[in-house]
Design a protein around this ligand. Structure first.
Ligand code: 13P
Length: 249
């Protein structure tokens, strides 16, 4: 059976005390899980988190990375630095980066390449806005976002890329996509990538993100094409995130 993934994106929240509290509060659930449990704290807490999770099964991810390798890029953090402090994963192309910081498909592809070159597993976020869903453009939007990375990295790179479907209208809104809608989009993502290569399917993982809670996580996890969840707000509450981890069979 394919391992599932439960990932928590803390976004720009918390402080040292919160970080320690979350890690301590989810360690038991993570250690008892058969699946991959990942936290993505803000950059400044990554080293601390890396130290604290050493004797647990929790894995570490970052929320973003620079689109350059090294040099005079004030304020940026490179893929190599993330690997150096113990990250195994990095979110790429989160809708908040695309919408608030103008990240284009090309930039997202460049970051994906750098992540892969430095041994990180990119968690490539894709998803449509409410307007795009209502005008039935979601397939086009997701195809463009995926194929940009396929064009720049090659389809085989998807053996080491995790895809996260995060409908923009469901992020932080409390209005989650129904399990049926999410599963339909995930099936479409599987289909789109499988059309490029039949080897992709067995290793592909597609996570759902957008207002995941302890109440709805099991519904997502039981869907055929949903291989895990990417949790925002609920990942800041250790007891809730632990429940989400435990909701995966
Ligand atoms: P919420 O779970 O807060 O809706 O955020 C989802 C998300 O953006 C995870 O990356």
């Amino acid at each position: 059976m394919k391992k599932k993934m439960i990932a928590g994106n803390w976004k720009m929240n918390g402080d040292v005390a919160t970080a320690l509290d979350i890690i301590a509060g989810i360690t038991d659930a993570a250690n008892q899980s058969q699946h991959d449990v990942v936290i993505a704290p803000p950059f400044v807490y990554l080293s601390l988190a890396a130290e604290k999770i050493l004797s647990s099964k929790i894995q570490l991810g970052a929320q973003n990375l620079a689109d350059q390798e090294v040099g005079a890029y004030t304020g940026e953090i490179s893929a190599k630095m993330l690997a150096d402090v113990g990250c195994q994963y990095v979110l790429v192309g989160h809708s908040e980066r695309r919408q608030l910081y103008g990240e284009t498909d090309l930039l997202v592809a460049q970051k994906t390449i750098l992540a892969l070159e430095n041994g990180l597993v990119p968690i490539l976020c894709v998803g449509e806005t409410l307007e795009e869903r209502e005008s039935n453009q979601w397939k086009d939007v997701i195809t463009t976002q995926l194929l940009s990375v396929v064009d720049h990295c090659g389809i085989d790179a998807f053996k080491n890329i995790i895809v996260a479907y995060e409908p923009v209208w469901a992020i932080g809104t409390g209005k989650s996509a129904s399990a049926d809608i999410a599963n339909e989009v995930h099936e479409f993502i599987y289909y789109t990538l499988s059309c490029k290569s039949d080897n992709i399917r067995p290793s592909l993982k597609v996570l759902y993100g957008g207002s995941v809670t302890a109440e709805n996580s099991a519904q997502y996890m039981s869907q055929e094409y949903i291989d895990g969840v990417l949790v925002g707000g609920a990942s800041l509450k250790p007891s809730v995130f632990s429940e989400i981890i435990r909701s995966v069979e």
